[in-house]
Design a binder for this molecule. Sequence first.
Ligand SMILES: Cc1cc2nc3c(=O)[nH]c(=O)nc-3n(C[C@H](O)[C@H](O)[C@H](O)COP(=O)(O)OP(=O)(O)OC[C@H]3O[C@@H](n4cnc5c(N)ncnc54)[C@H](O)[C@@H]3O)c2cc1C
Length: 478
Amino acid sequence: MSSTPTDYDVIVIGGGPAGENAAAYAVAGSDRTAAIVERELVGGECSYWACIPSKALLRPGHVLAAARAMPGISATGLDVEAVLRRRDAFVHDHDDSSQVDWARGNRIDVVRGTGRLTGTRSVEVDGRQLRARHAVVLATGTTANVPDVPGLRAALPWISRDATNLHEVPRRVAVVGGGVVACEAATWLAALGAEVTLLVRGSALLAANEPFAGERVAAALTGAGVRVRFRTEPTAVERPAAKDTGEGRIHGGPVTVQLRGPEGESMLEVDEIVVAAGRAPATEGLGLDTVGLSDGYVAVDDHLTARDVDGEWLYVVGDLNHRAALTHMGKYQGRVCGDVIAARAEGKPLADPRFVASSDHGKVPQVVFTAPEVASVGLTEAAARDAGRSVETVELDIDVAGSALSRDDYAGHAKLVIDSATDTLVGATFVGPEVGEQLHAATIAVVGRVPLSALWHAVPAYPAVSEFWLRLLEARRA
Ligand SMILES: Cc1cc2nc3c(=O)[nH]c(=O)nc-3n(C[C@H](O)[C@H](O)[C@H](O)COP(=O)(O)OP(=O)(O)OC[C@H]3O[C@@H](n4cnc5c(N)ncnc54)[C@H](O)[C@@H]3O)c2cc1C
């Protein structure tokens, strides 16, 4: 163990997508040095336990449904083993050497271990002292939240890590939650053959979206055999033969879940229970107290600088700052943060818009990869009205030559939220097969504040699904 601190210009604690980008941008084109401190795998939650494996599990089900809706193709079903093997390939069997090589190729040291702040610009990694000349970036992300239901923790429920890295498919499974992770997990578990019950505390799925999104996803899940139970929550859980069999393995014997719902109390027996009930900031043991902060999400300004710490040396990117818990937004923040660190290190002003994480505010794109997909950017109508904006909306079913050609059972819906004062788009939501691919046009319109009169001249190619943009603009003219 060394008693002399190792100096770097920039130290990043947490090697997920946000931290990786912050480090890379902070040193780019300079001789600055950086270290990423990582206690598990470089690449973070996203690469091994979240975005990548979940999308690898969802895609085969989507392709199968599309094939089944296409006359002339005989599709028999999913080969579960092959689906899991493909997922394993995408998570590199939990080997992060390619990401470590990437870091080293960008002149970033990878320091394995648990990092914690020990004061201004100083970090300790399992007893080893590091010191930052310019900046420390916190990018430790979040962990799954397990609610305080009697018996639930003792039942060793699956969290999202198990569901995305499943090695066996439970015959009967209860998914607790109604948000993105719960809806996606219910989708792939059902596609892989599980009998799924979705236990939703509220009265809608995907409640942060336009209401039609959750309604369509609920209808589709029901159509796929998922029992969606609204206003229903577990009040007690019993699993006498709980057993820690490892990630993605069924954790012991059957689980009895006592439920409270609209019809009163009831019982549900399943072979596994998946908890997808939100995330908690990963700040335990991070030493936030040594710089005057409390455990929990850390507030930042638009340069990603910690708001309540003096000296402009502490930055927070990704899920931990609680601005937009999405990989692409964490990476965006990482880019802005790295540029800000570089500019401050070089004594340059922060006047350029690239030093401001403006898209965190009301311009966030997101795709929920359920069947149908939900793609959204910016504000919902309700959020825009709550923000005091005067808005008009236009919405219609997606029904153009391109959608009909893409699959015989195509069903989709689109809604635009328009700021009446500026005649610009402030929000868009699309629901339908593969509508995620339609989203970036809306993101560009929202971020670029493109007037609708100008969008009229953005002619969609024929016969592509994107022709629904023309139908939306026509509907508004009518
Ligand atoms: C099931 C699921 C599916 C998702 N799907 C999508 C999706 O499709 N698209 C999308 O945009 N987002 C998705 N998300 C969200 C996305 O995973 C997160 O927004 C993203 O991973 C956040 O990146 P991050 O860099 O902030 O943190 P993380 O990816 O969580 O990385 C944080 C890293 O910090 C490390 N760490 C923590 N504490 C310490 C410490 N003290 N010392 C050293 N290392 C530490 C961790 O080991 C981890 O590697 C999904 C999330 C889940 C749970």
